[in-house]
Structures are given as C-alpha cells and as structure tokens.
Design a protein around this ligand. Structure first.
Ligand code: NOJ
Length: 565
C-alpha cells in the first residue's frame, strides 16, 4: 500500500484508468466451473479456465460472492466477508486464481455486500444471543412490534423478494430485512459497522484485488425515526435524497471514506455501484469522490428498439460526462432473464405487472416457452452485443452470453433455489434460469462443468451451446465475441461518438473519433449502406453479427466498419 496519490498523478497514469473502457466478464462462481466434483463451481474451477478467459479477450473479471454462505440468496447472504466458502476453496486458492488472472493481464473485481449480512454471520448470532437493548443488536435494525404483545411487525413494509420485511425473533423483537429473512439489514449509523467494512475492503485490496462491485449501493443508509411511515405512505415520499430507505444523499459519506481508502493504493482500487436509481441521480455514485463508476441498466431494461437505444446512449454518455466517469453498458447479469431469451419473446402486454428489470419473465413459467423464438432472440442478442461493444465506456458481460445461452425456463419446482420463487409462493419464477452451470463440452457429466453433476439441472439443448461445440465454428456466437473483443482494442478511442443519420427509424449508425463506425439494423428490412463511405473506399466491414454482404446490413444485425488504412 502506498500513500494517497494526488488526483492529477492518478489521472495521468494509464494503469489507474484501466476500467474506463474495460470489458468486464461477470463470473457467478457457483455456476462457472467445478473442480472438485461437488456440483458447485469453485475457485480452482476458475483457475482451470483462465486460458479461456484470456482467449475470449476480457480485461477484467467480476466475481459474484464466493464467501462462506448458507446460500439463502445465492451467496448474497455473506456469513464471513474475509474468507472463502470451504465448498469453493480456500484463501490460498483465491491467491492462486488472482495470480493466474493477473499473469494473463486480467484484473479482478470482487462483490461487496454491505447492506445486509447472512443471519449466520457471527454478529447476527451474537445479536440474537445478547438480547434487546444490547450493543450487538445495535449493529442491525431491531424494533419492538406493534399490536397486542407486539405480535404485529413494526410496519407493513414488504421485502424486495416478497413477503414481510420484518422477522420476529424468539424474545419478541423484530428485525428489518430488505431482502430474505436470512439477510438482516445492517445499521449503517453504527461506527463499528463502518469500521468493519473498511477492514474488509483493505483485506481484499491487500490481496491484490483491483476493484469492487458494490451490492445495492443505494440502500445502506436509512432514516428510521419514529413514527415510521406505512407502506402506502412510503410510496408517496419522493426519492430525492431524503427518502427513509432508498438512495439517500448521506450514503455518499460512506463512499467518500471508501474512496480515500481506494486511493491509498497504487493503482487506486476501483468500484462500481449497483444502484437502481433514477438516471439523474446516477452521477452521485459515479463521481470520482464517490464510488467512481455506476451500472447503467437502461439497455438491459429496454426492448430491442432503435429509438430507445439511441436515447439511452445519448442520455448516459451525458450523465457519464457530468460525473467525470465513463458509462457502463449491460445487457445480462445474474438477476435478469438472459438477453437472448428476452429478445425472442413477444413484448409484454401493456397491463403486465412484471417488474421491468426482470423483462420477459412473466412468460417464462409453465408452458410459455413455446412462445420463445430462439433463433430470433439469439440473432438480436448478437446484434445488441456488437452495438454495445462499439460504444464508449465499459462493457459488462455475463458468463454464458458469449455462448448465446438462453434462459433455462423449465427448472422443476423442487430444484429451484431463488428466494424470490419461495417468498412469492411461485408467483415470481426467480433468477435460477440464468444461473444454470455453464456447458463446456457437448457431452459427459454436467457438460464439462465438473466431473460430476451440477447444482441446477442443465437441459439437453446445452450440448449445442457448449464451448467445445462452438470453438471450431467460425460462425458461432463464441467466435463472434472473440473477434469482437480483439477488434475492440482498435475501435476504442476517445469516449465520444457522433450519430450519422440513416433516414430510417429502425437503423442506428455512429462514428467513433478514430473513424470506426457501428451500424445496427433493428428492423426486418435490409439497410443499404449507400455509396458514401464504403464505395469510396473509406472503410471496410470487418465484423458482422450475422453474415450479410458488404453493401447492406441484414435485418437485426450489427456491422463494424473500420476506417481504410
Ligand atoms: C443484488 C444482487 O445482484 C442480487 O443477486 C441479490 O439478490 C440482491 N442484491 C441482494 O443482495
């Protein structure tokens, strides 16, 4: 660890800004590769796939939680922030994995879950044992109930996963949990909580971690001054920095302190906020005084639609410039239906009540899979991905999207794991379908995921999507990702773009400062490139998401045009 670097030194150092236009590949460790055959992916499994990641051409990996956990929420219920779940390996395995990734030039980002711990965390166990009024309970949010004998919860608030947000403990008090009851919320007014997370951030930074992804970064601080509002009253309080539970301005006091710590390393550690907040509030999280970067989920929530994509890109580049950060782009992650599937489903009816962030999920129960047009979804997904990879800023990819994987819709009830499924009585199908272990080989136990089975059932159709099936095929989705990530190094230049008008509502075309162009045809009719650039020899089509000819862009396809040398 070194002294805090002056801001101008950090900015001048390319090693300090590696993240600005990086391709970050999200690994969901339990479903990536299993070395020991227990059906759960692990860190030694990741080690065996470092060559694969290097060949894919990613700049960094982000690991979802690998900490000790009862898996009440896929590892986002952390029982110990400074260790590795024994089923996933040891700290030595972690060090070996980081060393191997670094040796191939790949940075490592880990997930920090500060809003809540697991109920198995030693602090929570201590709080249960210590009883009401104790210092141990002050680390969490305990309250007396209402009604006769306090048998009713303090408020009628609902958890994000459905069901009540309060749970009663044996001595009659209630604790608050924004997510599952196994995830008690921490009290961020408590100095010990603040101190402990600094220790955790230092622990991983000292182990060579390059950056952090901050889970629900907009929910840590709360104003629980009594009387507490009802659920209905809560909905009427504006989310403007003073809401009792969400996106409070005072959360940035925490991140300012974290930023000091990050900047005390050389190069400074990076952070990206998972903050589901209104676009105009994103720059607060992305500013260099706060976390430095924030996820922008707008493309992930949008339909495959040219005007929406254009508006989102324009707005988010402006927001990024306002914050001094670079924009981030995401189409898939471990919380949403895979984009190949979303784009292959008919649009949700106007009266659908499905949460937008789970786009298309309303269709994925029962026999609705029949409505999925797999081929169309995959074609549009490739086009959207090439569009995204052509943009200025950093691109976050989710494991398996490079294989064009679809959501697995038909997981039997008894094999489901997501608390959303259980807490809504099955009304929300949950996120297991995008977390099914990856297929590496076309046959064999668990399609090469590990020597034995897989912790979620893999469908037979995984065979044709396996890495092994795609590697030798120049036309495969995997080959397209590899070529795109390779070419992207030439394509990325200044963090701007200029739109080129196409005369079509369903075609977007932009030019980067170094002359590279990206053209996406969202429509069903081919788009003629016209005589301008190509015919005059000013450019060459170097990549297409779906074949096509030099003179036109086929339906639902993106091409990249490199400037003539
Ligand atoms: C966001 C994570 O991405 C999600 O998987 C998790 O369930 C919640 N935060 C709670 O930690």
């Amino acid at each position: 660890m070194t002294e805090v670097l002056p801001a101008e030194t950090r900015e001048a150092d390319p090693a300090a800004v590696w993240w600005r236009q990086a391709v970050v590949y999200q690994i969901y460790p339990r479903s990536f590769a299993d070395a020991n055959g227990d059906g759960l992916g692990d860190l030694p499994g990741i080690l065996t796939r470092v060559d694969y990641l290097a060949e894919l051409g990613v700049d960094a990996v982000w690991l979802s939680p690998f900490y000790p956990s009862a898996l009440a929420d896929g590892g986002y219920d952390v029982a110990d922030y400074r260790d590795v779940d024994p089923r996933l390996g040891t700290l030595d395995d972690f060090d070996a994995m980081v060393a191997a990734l670094h040796a191939r030039g790949i940075k490592v980002v880990v997930d920090i879950v500060p809003n809540h711990t697991s109920d198995l965390h030693e602090w929570f166990q201590e709080a249960l044992a210590a009883g009401r009024g104790s210092a141990a309970r002050e680390r969490y949010i305990f309250r007396e109930g209402t009604g006769p004998d306090g048998a009713e919860p303090p408020t009628d608030w609902l958890s994000v996963f459905g069901g009540p947000a309060w749970h009663r403990v044996e001595d009659g008090q209630w604790y608050f949990h924004n997510f599952a009851k196994e995830q008690p919320d921490l009290n961020w007014d408590n100095p010990e909580v603040r101190q402990d997370f600094l220790t955790t951030l230092r622990f991983w930074s000292d182990r060579g971690v390059d950056g952090f992804r901050i889970d629900v970064a907009h929910m840590l601080t709360k104003d629980l001054t009594e009387p507490l509002p009802s659920r209905e009253e809560l909905t009427r309080i504006p989310i403007d920095g003073n809401h009792p539970l969400i996106d409070r301005d005072d959360v940035h006091e925490i991140y300012a302190e974290w930023r000091q710590l990050f900047n005390s390393y050389d190069p400074p550690r990076t952070a990206v906020a998972e903050a589901w907040v209104a676009s105009d509030r994103v720059p607060r999280y992305a500013s260099p005084e706060s976390l430095g970067q924030s996820f922008n989920f707008d493309l992930l929530e949008a339909d495959f639609d040219a005007p929406s994509f254009r508006r989102i890109v324009t707005d988010n580049l402006a927001l990024a410039a306002q914050s001094g950060s670079s924009s981030t782009w995401v189409l898939s992650n471990h919380d949403v239906v895979r984009h190949a599937t979303r784009y292959g489903l008919p649009p949700a009816p106007a009266d659908s009540t499905a949460p937008a962030r789970h786009g298309g999920e309303w269709l994925l129960g029962g026999g609705d899979e029949a409505l999925l047009d797999r081929e169309r979804g995959a074609r549009r997904a490739r086009a959207a991905t090439l569009f995204l990879l052509g943009l200025p800023g950093s691109a976050y990819l989710y494991q398996g999207e490079e294989l064009g994987l679809h959501e697995v819709a038909d997981i039997p009830e008894e094999e489901r794991q997501d608390p959303t499924f259980f807490r809504t009585g099955g009304a929300e199908i949950g996120r297991d379908g995008c977390r099914v272990p990856l297929p590496w080989t076309a046959s064999g136990p668990s399609f090469g995921f590990g020597p034995e089975g897989a912790h979620l059932p893999q469908p037979g159709w995984f065979a044709q999507y396996a890495v092994e099936s795609q590697e030798a095929d120049a036309a495969s989705t995997l080959s397209l990702y590899r070529r795109a990530l390779g070419l992207r190094h030439d394509l990325q230049s200044g963090e701007q773009l200029d739109w080129i008008e196409t005369g079509r509502d369903d075609v977007l075309r932009f030019r980067r400062p170094n002359g590279w162009q990206v053209v996406t045809n969202f429509g069903t009719e081919p788009y003629e490139l016209g005589p301008s650039e190509l015919a005059s020899g000013d450019g060459e089509v170097v990549l297409s998401s779906d074949g096509g000819t030099a003179g036109s862009v086929p339906a639902e396809t993106t091409i990249w045009i490199a400037p003539a040398r």
